[in-house]
Design a protein around this ligand. Sequence first.
Ligand SMILES: [Zn+2]
Length: 91
Amino acid sequence: MNCVKCGTELPAIDGPGRPRKFCGEVCRKAATLEIRRLDGRISKLEAMESTYRFKGASLAGSVAVEIRRLEARLGDLLAAQEGDAEVAGHE
Ligand SMILES: [Zn+2]
C-alpha cells in the first residue's frame, strides 16, 4: 500500500485496524485540497464540453476523456479519505 497522495510506501500495520491510505496528516489535508480543485476543474470542463458539443467540435471527445480521468482520480481520493477516517470517530 502506498500513500494515495504522494506515493510513499506505507508500513504494514500489525494487528487490527484498516490499512492507512495516507502517510500522514499533511497528505490527508493535501488530498482534501486536491479534491476541491478537481471538483472545480471538472465543473469547468463539463461546461466546456457542452459548449463544444453545441458547436459540433471534435474537441468535446478529448474533454470528455479528461473529465473521466479527473473523476477517476477524485474517486480514488474520496475513497481513500473515507477509508482513512478513523480519526473522525464515527462508527
Ligand atoms: Zn503521503
